[in-house]
Design a binder for this molecule. Structure first.
Ligand code: ADP
Ligand code: MG
Length: 322
């Protein structure tokens, strides 16, 4: 009798444990895919090429999902928004050009579709793209000093353009600080339901808060910094930034170049202040990592899509921890 009771008790506890394991929130990783790793800005545009690059990134995402992580994917849109601006320029006599926030929304649709299509046959979880807006401040100093060159080159100066080195005139827009992600609560609920969410494309559509709601801003947001805002608001454990280099380097591009494998938060801050990571490329990735750790994140990892699985296991890339 006692034996029977004991085995019943064990069975009950086993069931409880299984239920607990099932309900326990799995580690959440925010994976930021670089726009350039999806569609090379250097090569000519082809949808086929974009689909192929997304497909190989999705094979890695499948492996990360199989390791048991919950996943939110964010992505850049530099090359894609550049192409839309070029199309608008060429067709402007026939079709009215759309403002920049609308172009950003178009790229979220394009890449959301491509990623959903590539990922669906590979994973058994529901997948959804969330059109995402990111709040910026009208008083952000970036609005007084636009620095981000976007879109095609022109031979003559037109309104809103500046000279981009010796390559010609280009549209220059502000790149303000992302403050908060408008849809973070909706994304949180989808994550709790174990969806793979694609969000914050191109850093999110920049918007100002107004008395009545929101208004589109003529700006672009850095996708690494926006990914950090999303990661912090979701309480993510890992920020995994995938780009076209395997890791961050010390003295990058010089004969002294050395891969950085493991960094403490303090070391990363020191190297950032030394100017090892330039603005507009590796700088925002390191800054996003630093902010993420300061806002409760556990690990930030920077690597290429090919090394993503190795890196999440701690065996590749640059890993920054507290
Ligand atoms: P993404 O589209 O993924 O955001 P970026 O071009 O913005 O890519 O940033 C990645 C680039 O940063 C690399 O291709 C590399 O040329 C450049 N880079 C600048 N400094 C460094 C550094 N210290 N270590 C590694 N890469 C660096
Ligand atoms: Mg970038």
């Amino acid at each position: 009798m006692e034996q029977l009771e004991g085995s019943r008790q064990r069975k009950k506890e086993g069931a409880k444990r299984r239920l607990h394991t099932r309900n326990r929130p799995q580690s959440l990783v925010i994976i930021a895919l670089g726009g350039n790793s999806l569609l090379s800005a250097k090569k000519r545009f082809s949808f086929h090429q974009e689909m192929e690059n997304v497909h190989s990134a999705c094979l890695q995402i499948k492996n990360i999902s199989q390791l048991g992580y919950r996943i939110v994917l964010t992505h850049g849109n530099g090359p894609q928004v550049g192409d839309i601006l070029l199309q608008q320029k060429l067709a402007r006599r026939l079709v009215p050009p759309m403002p920049l926030d609308v172009c950003g929304a178009q790229t979220q649709g394009e890449l959301g579709y491509v990623i959903q299509r590539a990922l669906r046959p590979l994973v058994h979880k529901p997948i959804i793209t969330v059109l995402t807006q990111t709040v910026v401040d009208r008083k952000d100093p970036a609005f007084r000093n636009p620095t981000k060159f976007i879109g095609p080159f022109f031979s003559r100066k037109e309104p809103g353009m500046k000279k981009d080195s010796n390559r010609g005139y280009r549209k220059v827009v502000p790149s303000p600080e992302p403050l908060e992600i408008v849809e973070s609560k909706e994304i949180q609920r989808l994550v709790q339901e174990d969806f793979i969410v694609i969000a914050c494309g191109g850093g999110g559509i920049p918007v100002f808060k107004t008395a009545k709601g929101y208004e589109g801003a003529e700006a672009v947001i850095d996708k690494d910094l926006a990914s950090e805002r999303l990661a912090a608001s979701l309480g993510a454990h890992i920020l995994l930034i995938l780009t076209d280099v395997e890791c961050a380097y010390l003295d990058y591009g010089t004969p002294k170049q050395k891969p950085l494998r493991k960094l403490s938060l303090k070391e990363a801050e020191m190297l950032y202040k030394q100017g090892q990571f330039p603005p507009g490329s590796m700088g925002p990735k390191i800054l996003a990592s630093i902010r993420f750790l300061k806002h409760g994140g556990t690990r930030a990892v920077i690597t290429s899509p090919e090394k993503a699985v190795l890196a999440i296991k701690g065996n590749a890339g640059t890993e920054i921890t507290k």
